[in-house]
Design a protein around this ligand. Structure first.
Ligand code: PMP
Length: 455
């Protein structure tokens, strides 16, 4: 099938005028508007703008599009499911797509996680996880345990309870600090990934959990990779010590794997780097390969059983779109595709997207090597503070915040979609990205950061 011709400039301008008039984009002003680029279609690892320009995608639409856009297997799953039903309520009804999904999630996540609550977005999955922790502590008679311990530089979403456990100082939610529930925050996790954790590194966390043991329902953290709060990769050892401290003090551990889940860090779930299992885990983003909004909160039998055995005997949450059959069917196809070793590189030829390929871990290792090699020259650039790579995540941290509008335009000129944030320029491409595309993408980052006027 031929792609449609570039859209006529007047029609595009009209669309953009409507966007400027009425669309409120994430974290933006409606007065001083950031430029937005109209996409006509997305295929494989490419975004095609309405003026015909094609961009290699370095963002996977914020961690989720792991198999690339427009994947035949996911498209087929969506079409097949549409023939059956797009949506039915999950209260009192069930269906094969949701059952297939909960079975898969229980099978692939750490063994103690046995019960799955499906919901509709990452932030909601976090709210659900926090409510589960609160209900659990109430159920076992720990009525004073109503607060959460989290880590600085963390990020867990934009809804109210989720905001309350995002870093209150460097985070994006200071505006609401007055009304957010008060939580505890330990120093940002250290040391870096691959290094051992000393007593001094864990001291702040240990002090907080010990001094507030009677008040803390759960610890919530992003395992191994802190995403939106700083793209920091920390020690597996540190995570192990947190698990041990939670156990010692009757505190639940919530692992927010919304960004890290489904292979992004080189393990299926980032907890596996530390060999630990949380009491509650949140998933989202790549769950449906980026096709539809869906998320899940998993709990151990112990948590689920305690909640279900105490008054009122039910878990108090029930989103309208939980278990949406279309989302579940696509999620099932996405998980199967990932695990069936079909996540190899795109050959850039439409019909042959990942019909065969190396196992997903080999593939992530390939991306990791390419990101490390491609971004290495950034280390020698003035103003670059750090370059780090883990799995299919590459980060260049710079000393001063970037001038977003200017830098975005320069990436577009080089034919790539990269969206820096604060002092971070980062890449998290779809897993099907080819080696050539990775070279192009990383070279664009090096070139743009080498320009003296970048800031
Ligand atoms: N937790 C983490 C770790 C995230 O990265 C995000 C999204 N960036 C969320 C929660 C919130 O997910 P959503 O945007 O789907 O609500």
């Amino acid at each position: 099938m031929q792609p449609p011709p570039p859209q006529d400039a007047t029609a595009v301008e009209h669309l953009l005028a409507l966007d400027r008039a009425h669309a409120w984009h994430p974290y933006t002003s409606t007065i001083d508007r950031d430029p937005v680029y109209p996409v006509r279609r997305a295929h494989g690892c490419e975004l095609e703008l309405m003026d015909g320009r094609r961009l290699i995608d370095g963002m996977a639409s914020w961690w989720c599009v792991i198999h690339g856009y427009d994947h035949p297997a996911l498209n087929q799953a969506a079409r097949d499911q549409l023939e059956q039903m797009a949506h039915v309520m999950f209260g009192g009804l069930t269906h094969a797509p949701a059952i297939g999904l909960v079975e898969r999630l229980v099978r692939i996540t750490p063994a103690p996680l046995r019960q799955v609550f499906l919901c509709d977005s990452g932030s909601v999955a976090v709210e659900v996880a926090m409510k589960m922790a609160l209900q659990y502590q109430q159920a076992i008679g720990e009525h004073r345990r109503v607060r959460f311990l989290s880590l600085r530089s963390g990020y867990h979403g934009d809804t109210f309870h989720a905001m309350s456990v995002c870093d209150p100082v460097t985070g994006m939610h200071q505006l609401f600090n007055q009304v957010l529930p008060r939580q505890f925050f330990a120093q940002a996790p250290a040391p870096r990934f691959g290094e051992p954790c000393s007593d001094a590194d864990i001291a702040d966390f240990q002090r907080l959990i010990e001094s507030h043991r009677d008040e803390i329902a759960a610890v919530i953290l992003e395992p191994i990779v802190q995403g939106a709060g700083g793209m920091r990769f920390y020690s597996a050892d540190y995570l192990q010590r947190i698990r041990a401290l939670c156990d010692a003090h009757g505190v639940l551990l919530i692992a927010d794997e919304i960004a890290t889940g489904f292979g992004r860090t080189g393990r299926l779930f980032a907890c596996e780097h530390a060999g630990i299992s949380p009491d509650i885990m949140t998933l989202g983003k790549a769950l449906t390969g980026g096709y539809l909004t869906s998320a899940a909160t998993l709990a151990t039998e112990q948590v689920a059983h305690a909640i279900s055995s105490a008054e009122p005997g039910v878990f108090m949450h029930g989103p309208t779109f939980m278990g949406n059959p279309l989302a579940c069917a696509i999620a099932n196809a996405s998980i199967d595709l990932l695990l069936e070793a079909n996540a190899g590189p795109d050959t850039d030829i439409r019909p042959s997207i990942s019909t065969s390929g190396p196992g997903w871990q080999t593939n992530i290792a390939r991306i990791e090597r390419a990101l490390a090699a491609g971004l290495a020259p950034c280390r020698d650039l003035p103003g670059v503070a750090d370059v780090r790579v883990l799995g299919a995540i590459g980060v260049v941290e710079i000393e001063e915040p970037v001038a977003m509008r200017a830098i975005q335009g320069r990436f577009i000129e080089r034919g790539v979609w990269v969206r820096p944030f604060g002092r971070l320029v980062y890449l998290m491409p779809p897993f099907i990205i080819s080696d050539d595309a990775l070279r192009w993408l990383t070279a664009a980052v090096v070139d743009v950061l080498a320009e003296p006027s970048r800031i």
